[in-house]
Every structure is written in structure tokens, then in C-alpha cells.
Design a protein around this ligand. Structure first.
Ligand SMILES: [Cu+2]
Length: 105
């Protein structure tokens, strides 16, 4: 039968494909007015899941203006990182909530 040939060919095709490093998903949680983790690292193309466990709105506002994410109460919002850099961000509504995200190219 031909199956014995097809499988090795398919496997070698897959191994030869140049697939960019798999994008990861990172979770950043806002809970009790605290962002955690306070420092996180990711790569361009990664997805951030912003999880708001509080009963009020939070934001993740980049100080350099790269992004401004709004998180309704008890909701999870996702965003994809498009730009490298070390970004300090805070919550517009609770400026004491601060964290840092390092995005590698
Ligand atoms: Cu807030």
C-alpha cells in the first residue's frame, strides 16, 4: 500500500516548514487593585489576556502611548502585542496600579 510512503513524506514536509516561534498567551490579572505579575515579559505577536477580577473598570494604559486597554468589571479582554519595548503602564482610574511589560522583538 502507499500509506507507508505518505507518512514519512508528510512528516519531513512538516519538519522542513519554517514556522515562526509559536505565539504565546500571557495572562495579566487585575485583582483587588493590584496588577499581577507586576513585571512580565513577552514577544511581539503574543497575546495578552487582561483579566479583571474586580467589580470596577480598570485600564492598562501604556505611559508611552503604545496602547490603552479598557477592562470592564469582571471581564477578560485580549490584545496582541505589536511593538517591542519596555512599557510601563498603569490604570487610568487607579493610578497606584502600576506594572511593567517587556516586549521582545
Ligand atoms: Cu483600575
Amino acid at each position: 500500500m502507499k500509506l507507508g510512503w505518505i507518512l514519512p513524506i508528510a512528516a519531513s514536509l512538516m519538519a522542513g516548514m519554517s514556522v515562526p516561534a509559536a505565539a504565546a498567551t500571557l495572562q495579566i490579572t487585575m485583582d483587588n487593585l493590584v496588577i499581577s505579575p507586576a513585571e512580565a515579559s513577552a514577544k511581539v505577536g503574543d497575546t495578552i489576556e487582561w483579566i479583571n477580577n474586580d467589580v470596577f473598570v480598570h485600564s492598562a494604559t501604556a505611559r508611552n502611548g503604545d496602547w490603552d486597554i479598557n477592562m470592564p468589571a469582571k471581564k477578560t479582554v485580549t490584545s496582541i502585542l505589536k511593538k517591542a519595548g519596555t512599557i510601563e503602564y498603569y490604570c487610568r482610574f487607579h493610578p497606584n496600579m502600576k506594572a511593567k511589560l517587556t516586549v521582545a522583538p
